[in-house]
Design a protein around this ligand. Structure first.
Ligand code: AMP
Length: 424
């Protein structure tokens, strides 16, 4: 079958790498892809939100499945667009429809869903401009620190952890009355702060049954020792030792089953991935957020640990027989170190020529913000490359990925040398 992946980051590179190994995949296309995805298939110059362009391409190239990488096309309704079109409706889209994508697209929607379905999550309430005063009153009783979340998608920036009441009041005011995060902050969720260690759990579902993919821990801050500004993600590790069998059992019983059953009970179809951001608080799982797609850079550590045919699993999602499919997970550890552009996550250097990828010894280099200019690979995005190593133990994986990241050069190259070392 011919498969189309939508997206251009490290996550889509890891999907493409894995899918290209499947005997079930004939032609693989990545739209728009990057300088690395051409190794696994054919890049197609289309934006992920150009639904008409995607339709024409899918029909012209006998596409039999579309795998959606990022959230934006899902939140904008690409799956619904396919279902509503006579010519496209039989082409399965992996990724939920617009209504269910609100699990990521609206914090208010996802909190209400969790509360209705008994999924453990921090206490919260939602406020608008009209209920600003009630918001102030709620803050006064909420305890500190307190978490303020813009309801809508805010490019990963819409969550503020406020240490003082004064700061929280000021931020709430700016979010609701000065559109601090644009439309995304026309509603604000005020939430109790959770203490603990975070991890990401990934579920694949056909809307009926589910499979739990390898869990991962990601590293969001730019600086070593988890300091400095938040980024899209500087690295990831899978497995995560504190997510032992007993903890994962709790996650399944208290979080995953109520989530999948809740979707079913509420008549919300869901075919795709559910990313569950969890806090482990004294051995108990609390849900921080849902995303309606896989994480980046977690996917780069998750895909190498999946030994089964990934296309067969995707077919299970598409055809509703996921329960019959086999998911075999490697015991090895995958570590991913992300090389970013100088200056990122602020204003960053662009169009720098990358060298040294050929010197990498025992890692996969998943391209993210790269493009080909003639023979040169240029760094054009904030997150440029994800270097992933799969080894028998965590120490070797961390050391190999970090050493291999150091073999890559471009003007301004930066990566964290401490990814995962806190887990040893
Ligand atoms: P989110 O966009 O909801 O994932 O939030 C971004 C980050 O903010 C999370 O990855 C956590 O590190 C942090 N965060 C969000 N909500 C909470 C909370 N209730 N308690 C503590 N930290 C949180």
């Amino acid at each position: 079958m011919n498969i189309l992946i939508l997206g251009s980051g490290g996550r889509e590179s890891a999907f493409a790498w894995k899918i290209s190994q499947s005997p079930k995949c004939d032609k693989l296309f990545i739209a728009p892809g990057n300088a690395g995805t051409g190794q696994y298939g054919t890049n197609v110059n289309l934006k992920v939100t150009d639904f008409d362009g995607i339709k024409a391409f899918a029909l012209g190239n006998d596409i039999k499945m579309v795998l959606v990488g990022p959230e934006e096309p899902l939140v904008k309704g690409i799956h619904d667009f396919f279902l509503a079109d006579e010519q496209l409706k039989n082409i399965p889209v992996i990724g939920p429809q617009q209504h269910a994508a609100q699990l990521e697209g609206s914090k208010d929607f996802s909190k209400a869903f969790m509360q209705r379905n008994g999924v453990p999550t921090a206490a919260s309430r939602t406020f608008t401009r009209d209920t600003l005063q009630e918001g102030f009153d709620y803050l006064a009783t909420a305890g500190l620190p307190v978490v303020l979340k813009a309801d809508g998608l805010a490019a990963g920036k819409g969550v503020l952890i406020c240490l003082t009441l004064e700061e929280a009041r000021q931020e709430l005011l700016e979010m609701l009355t000065e559109a601090k995060f644009g439309d995304a902050s026309s509603k604000v969720v005020i939430e109790q702060f959770l203490q603990g260690i975070e991890l990401s759990v990934f579920v694949m579902t056909d809307g009926n049954s589910y499979k739990v993919l390898p869990e991962a821990k990601d590293y969001k801050r730019i600086g070593e020792g988890d300091t400095g500004l938040n980024t899209g993600g500087m690295g990831s590790v899978s497995p995560v030792h504190f997510a032992d069998a007993a903890f994962m059992q709790k996650v399944e019983q208290k979080v995953i089953i109520p989530t999948v059953e809740g979707l079913k009970k509420e008549g919300i179809p869901y075919k795709g991935f559910i990313f569950i951001g969890l806090m482990n608080t004294h051995g108990e799982p609390w849900v921080i957020e849902y995303n309606c797609r896989m994480g980046d850079p977690e996917t780069e550590s998750v895909m190498p640990r999946i030994e089964s045919d990934f296309v067969d699993l995707l077919l299970g999602v598409a055809e509703g027989n996921l329960v019959e499919k086999e998911l075999v997970i490697s015991d090895k550890t995958a570590a991913t170190v992300v090389c970013v552009a100088g200056g990122y996550p602020g204003e960053y250097l662009k169009d720098k020529t990358i060298s040294g990828i050929e010197n990498v010894r025992d890692s996969h280099v998943f391209h993210a913000g790269t493009t080909l200019v003639g023979e040169d690979i240029k760094a054009v995005g904030g997150r440029v490359l994800a270097v992933t190593s799969l080894q028998d133990n965590m120490f070797d994986a961390l050391q190999q990925a970090t050493a291999d990241a150091a073999r890559i050069y471009y003007d301004g190259v930066y990566f964290r040398k401490d990814i995962g070392f806190d887990l040893l």
